[in-house]
Every structure is written in structure tokens, then in C-alpha cells.
Design a protein around this ligand. Structure first.
Ligand SMILES: Nc1ncnc2c1ncn2[C@@H]1O[C@H](COP(=O)(O)OP(=O)(O)OP(=O)(O)O)[C@@H](O)[C@H]1O
Ligand SMILES: [Mg+2]
Length: 308
């Protein structure tokens, strides 16, 4: 491994944990450079095996790109919830929106989170996106511990690392499609060109239209372009097809799957529609705030192969 040069095609999560391990064991910082566009595609399997062997020998956990460890989230209402440790007596009310959630997601995966209404899907996504905090447990992205960030760090994290796509698009109505995307890209360090990204989502002919002049599917495309233009580490989508008809919904899913495959973005999509699950690399099933099961699908289906 060339520590001062490029480590081509190696998994960024592995490199990050290697850096942390070097720092913790030898108390010095080391800068490893790697080609971001190749990270995660395992072009160097030998290096991966050697690295995993070293980790095993030294008992180092290999961290996944995204990790939830025993995450709990409570919403309180009315009198504050209290539990007397001696008598076990409980007072007040709380909703357990996340109940000891543990799972991991790898870089560049297309992950679908499925579960019924009230299962805790949005709560999970909001905690990962830095829009809500957890009460217990640890949330990490690319070895950064989101659950321990202060307000300023969370602001930077949301600004630079997270792209959000909402069910009802959340576009600014008095700005054109292009201006909506430009607004998002202006606050980022390394944004994509707004016109190029709008062309990539098939909207080069609608740059100067206002949201009210666009169809639901087109508005959602603008919202996806706005999230992608930030060049974020993760793309979080909360029911992005929930407000769309069948065909338009499929087009949006195709666009998200392509963003994941072509740009290597990690995409996490929430849905209550189980039929969407086969197109994911990873499916996380949740119910009552708990992780029911996590499935890794080696051969995800294309959008054209799924029906609902
Ligand atoms: N701000 C809040 N205050 C109080 N309770 C909340 C709050 N947000 C969510 N909850 C509760 O937490 C639980 C999980 O909610 P969440 O929105 O995460 O579910 P969901 O899986 O996204 O559901 P849906 O599919 O209907 O969007 C629900 O019981 C909900 O009522
Ligand atoms: Mg929700």
C-alpha cells in the first residue's frame, strides 16, 4: 500500500478504519489518499484480504459505511416520562419510535427501508440525516459519529454530506427549476453543475419553468437534481414515489437506481411498498421501531422487472 499516494479502488470504510486503527495504536495521524470514484468497488481484492487479515489478527472491527448501533429514539408528550429505578414505577408518556435499532449499510449500496405506517422509517432517516437526534446508541457515517455532533457540526453535515428527497418535493415555488437546484449547490463545497445535473434527470428543456408549471414527476426530478447537485455522501429519500402515479413512480425509482449505479452514491429509500424491495442491494424491514430483518440481495432486479 502506498501511504502517500493513491490506494486505487479500495473500500473507503476500510481505509477509514485503518486510519483510525493506526491512530489509536500508534498515536500518530496518517493521511491516506484514495480515488473517491473507485472507492467501494473493490478493484483490489488482494489488498482487501490482507487488510481484513490484519484487522482480524489485531481484533479491529471493520466498520461499515453507515452503522446504527443500539439506537433508541423516544418522543415524549404530556408529563415527562420517568422511571423510578428502585420501585420500577413509571410516570408520563413516551412513544418509542426507534427501539434498539442496529444495522449497517455499505458504501454505494441502494438500500430500501420497508415497514408499515408508524414503524419508525422517517425517524430513522431523520436521525441519519442529522435532522433529529437519538436518545441512546451510536450512528456513524464514514467513521464520523453523527450521534455525538454538536449543532454546528450537524449544520455542516446536513449542508455538505446529505441530500434529502421528500415525498412532496419541497421545492421553492417562486424559483425556477434551475434556480431551485442552484440554490442548493451554492451552499456546497464541491457541487455539480446545476444545468448538467438537470439534464441528467431529463429536464434540460424545463430549466426556466416554475414548480407549478411542472408535473408531479418533473417536480420530483427537480428535487432529486437538487439533492444530487450538492454531491452529497448519501442520498436519503422519504417515500419519493408516494405522491406519484405508477409509471412516473417507476421512472423516479429508475433515476435513483441509476444515480446509485453510475455515480456510486449511497441511496437510502423509504417505502411502505414491499414490491420495491427486490430492486435494492439491501432491504431493512422495520416494525414498531424495531429492525425485523436485514436482507442482502446479490442480484437486485431492474425497475422494469418489478410490478405492483
Ligand atoms: N415529532 C414527533 N412527536 C411525537 N411522536 C412522533 C413524532 N414523530 C414521529 N412520532 C411517532 O413515532 C412513531 C414513528 O413515526 P415515523 O414518522 O417515523 O413513522 P413512519 O414509519 O415514517 O410512518 P409513515 O409511513 O406513516 O410515514 C409514530 O408512532 C409517530 O406517531
Ligand atoms: Mg414516514
Amino acid at each position: 500500500m502506498d501511504l502517500s499516494g493513491n490506494v486505487v479502488g479500495y473500500n473507503a470504510g476500510h481505509l477509514a478504519v485503518f486510519k483510525r486503527w493506526l491512530f489509536e495504536n500508534f498515536s500518530f495521524r496518517i493521511t491516506l489518499f484514495f480515488k473517491e470514484e473507485n472507492a467501494g468497488c473493490s478493484a483490489s481484492p488482494v489488498l482487501k484480504v490482507v487488510f481484513e487479515f490484519i484487522c482480524r489478527v489485531y481484533g479491529v472491527d471493520i466498520m461499515a459505511y453507515i452503522e446504527f448501533k443500539q439506537v433508541c429514539k423516544y418522543y415524549h408528550f404530556g408529563e415527562k416520562y420517568k422511571k423510578n429505578k428502585k420501585t420500577e414505577e413509571k410516570s408520563g408518556h413516551r412513544i418509542i419510535a426507534a427501539d434498539n435499532m442496529s444495522f449497517s449499510i455499505e458504501k454505494s449500496e441502494f438500500c430500501v427501508i420497508v415497514g408499515p405506517s408508524g414503524a419508525g422509517k422517517t425517524t430513522l432517516l431523520n436521525m441519519l440525516g442529522g435532522m433529529d437526534s437519538c436518545d441512546q446508541g451510536t450512528i456513524t457515517l464514514d467513521t464520523c459519529v453523527i450521534s455525538r455532533m454538536n449543532e454546528q457540526q450537524l449544520t455542516d453535515y446536513r449542508r455538505y454530506d446529505v441530500g434529502f428527497v421528500f415525498q412532496f418535493y419541497n421545492l421553492i415555488q417562486n424559483l425556477t427549476a434551475l434556480e431551485n437546484v442552484e440554490l442548493a449547490s451554492e451552499i456546497c463545497r464541491d457541487p455539480y453543475d446545476p444545468k448538467e445535473i438537470l439534464a441528467a434527470v431529463g429536464l434540460s428543456h424545463r430549466l426556466h419553468n416554475f414548480p407549478a408549471q411542472l408535473s408531479g414527476g418533473e417536480q420530483q426530478r427537480v428535487a432529486i437534481a437538487r439533492a444530487l447537485a450538492k454531491n452529497p455522501k448519501i442520498l436519503l429519500c422519504d417515500e419519493p414515489t408516494g405522491a406519484l402515479d405508477y409509471q412516473t413512480g417507476k421512472q423516479i425509482l429508475q433515476l435513483l437506481q441509476e444515480s446509485c449505479r453510475k455515480t456510486g452514491k449511497t441511496v437510502i429509500l423509504i417505502t411502505h411498498n414491499q414490491a420495491i424491495a427486490p430492486m435494492a442491494d439491501r432491504v431493512i424491514h422495520i416494525k414498531n421501531g424495531q429492525i425485523l430483518k436485514v436482507e442482502r440481495q446479490e442480484v437486485p432486479l431492474g425497475v422494469e422487472q418489478i410490478e405492483w
